[in-house]
Each structure stands twice: as structure tokens, then as C-alpha cells.
Design a protein around this ligand. Sequence first.
Ligand code: NAP
Ligand code: G4F
Length: 328
Amino acid sequence: MGQRCALITGITGQDGSYLAEHLLARDYRVVGMVRRASTESFERIAHLVDRIELEQADLLDQLSLVNLLQRVRPAEVYNLAAQSFVPTSFSQPLLTGEFTALGVTRMLEAVRLVDPEIRFYQASSSEMFGKVQETPQTEQTPFYPRSPYGVAKLYGHWITINYRESYGIYACSGILFNHESPRRGREFVTRKIAEGAARIALGLQEDLRLGNLDARRDWGYAPEYVDAMWRMLQQDAPADYVVGTGEYHSCREFCEIAFGHLGLDYRDHVRLDPELLRPAEVETLLADPSRARESLGWSPTTSFEELVRIMVDAETAHWREHKDPAGR
Ligand code: NAP
Ligand code: G4F
């Protein structure tokens, strides 16, 4: 049998870069889909470019996806590309719908037309639970999205199930709770706090402006979550899975640990900025990942405190040299 081939959309993102590493370690041929830009945004995969193939296509362009699958002929497609930042979904709701919702149908249509035997992973989100209807959240918990992003992801979730049920495609929706790392986009709250704390400790900035400190999330470590994605596509039958730690913490606790790790008190440096509050907030998210544990044999190992320390240490190491960790 030849080398197994996986196509990753969103390979330049946090999860795409870790998934590429995960699949390379399992001897896959890894192809990443990238969209055309005037400058390349390959910081997260710079260390991998000699070992992966990059192909241009765009979730907005149906024919580019069909042509891509015909060229690459993957056995597995991981659809990670999306407009993934919740606040931007309020300011750009239509574009978010095009990428994050309809983009999924475009990719599924390409799979159906080119090779319905392709195994398909959809990057769904705990943001779909929004105003939570029960705690903790399982695969059976009713959805109540609270942002255009959450609504778009819910469409992506259901269209994935619909193609599985309509056309027999091996399609899985992974309902992943927040997962973080030093490769997290710098606008997300964990990276923002880690970077702010490190820069304040090094005397590079004085304070840090944040929004709702009482919001609670089930935060895990991203490199562990891509393993759950891969496991979903290795089962006898496709299904949907909640992936999270089963523990939640507030943004305030994240600040306490991050600043405390550097010998600082966050209350001396964090300022509330009402501009950062959202039109509708998701106050609390907590996973019950029992199905993933029992059926996939997946469970997280990095604790919340370890995660915070990993992120703060990475920022400190980079800012010590006054160097931006993302290389900009
Ligand atoms: P991310 O860092 O924001 O990466 C998003 C990726 O999507 C980037 O590679 C981006 O490419 C690509 N992309 C955006 N629009 C595209 C388009 N029109 N055509 C082609 N590519 C496009 O996201 P992430 O944190 O790795 O998350 C991966 C996926 O999981 C996303 O779908 C996200 O919504 C979902 N998710 C994430 C979490 C989490 O906690 N991280 C939790 C649940 C679900 P450029 O480099 O060109 O911008
Ligand atoms: O880090 P966040 O921006 O992540 P959010 O909105 O939970 O979304 C992330 O997780 C989802 C999974 O549930 C993914 F699907 C999605 O793609 C993304 O990866 O915000 C987390 C919480 C929010 O309640 C927000 O109001 O932190 C609060 N927060 C407080 N101050 C802030 C800030 N968030 C950001 N981004 N920036 C702040 O200054």
C-alpha cells in the first residue's frame, strides 16, 4: 500500500500546523491548502515546508476545491480553515458565513464529486453551545449559538451530518472546546494575556486592556487536540465527538496564574476596556468528553496551570530579545 495522503485546509493556522506535525510523524503525505495572499503567512509551518506540499485554493471558490481534490487525491480531508475569531464575526457576519458555513458545503461537494470514499473531518466548535442549555455539554446537548461565528459553525456541523446521512460519506464533526498554545492567534484572550504579562514583566508595556474577565472556558493544549481529530477518522464508523478537558476556568484565573508566574499581581496591570465586551457573550463552556475518552481512547494530559506556564514562558523567551514570537 502507498503512503496515505491527508489534505489540511487551514494549515497555516494554529491547529493546521500541529496536525501537519502529527500526520508527518505517522508517515502521511501531507498537503496543505493555502489561499493566495500578497505576502505569505507561513510562520507556523516554516519548520515544515520542506516536508509538506502546499497547494493554492480558496474556500470561497468551488472549482478551486474540486480541482485541488482531483490533483491531490487525498484519503483524508481535515477542514480546519475558517474565519475563526468571534468578534470579527460580529463586524463581518456575511464573510464569516461564506468561509465558516458555506465553505464547508463547498468542500463536501468537492468530496462528493471527486471521491466520496474520502474521510472528512469538520472543525466544529463549542461556541455552538453558546447560551448553554445544560452543563457540562455533551454530543446530545441542544445548541444555542450566540455569535455569527457560532451560527456559521452550527451550519457546518449539520451539513457534515447531512452529507454523512445523505451520501454515506465518512464525515465527522469534532466539537472542540477552546485549545491554546504559543501558536494561538495573538488576538485570542489566552495569547493576549500571556503576551501582555510577559511584556509587562520585561518593562515593555505598562498595562493590558481586556474585556469580560468572568467568562469561563474549558481550555486545553492544542497539540493534544489534533490527535483527537486524527483518531476520529480512524474508526470503523463516522461519528461526532465533544473534545475538551472537563474543567473550566475564568479569564481572571488565567490572568492570576500568568501574572503570578512572573511574580506580578494582575490587578496592578489589567484594565477593563468596555470596547472589548461582545454584543452577546458566551459566559461559560464546560465539556463532557466521555465519548471521546471511551470510543477514541483520547484524553488530555496538560493541566490548566501547565498550559498557562507554557504560554507565558514562550512569550517571555521571545520578548526577552524584543523579538515578536510570530516573527513579525
Ligand atoms: P486559525 O489559527 O484562525 O486558522 C484559520 C485558518 O483558516 C488559517 O490557516 C487561515 O489561512 C485559513 N482560512 C481562513 N479563511 C480561508 C479561506 N477562505 N480559504 C482558505 N483558508 C482560509 O484557527 P485555529 O485556532 O487553528 O482553528 C482551526 C479550526 O478549528 C477553525 O475552523 C476554528 O474555527 C476551529 N476551532 C478552533 C478552536 C480553538 O480553540 N482553536 C475550537 C473549536 C473550533 P490564512 O493564514 O490565509 O489566514
Ligand atoms: O479567546 P477568545 O476570543 O475565544 P472564544 O470567543 O471562546 O472563541 C475561541 O474558542 C472557540 C471554541 O469555543 C472557537 F471555536 C473559536 O474559533 C475561538 O478559537 O475569548 C474567550 C473569552 C470570551 O468570553 C471573551 O469575551 O475571553 C473573553 N475575553 C475577555 N477579554 C476576551 C478578552 N477575548 C478576547 N479575544 N480579547 C480580550 O481582550
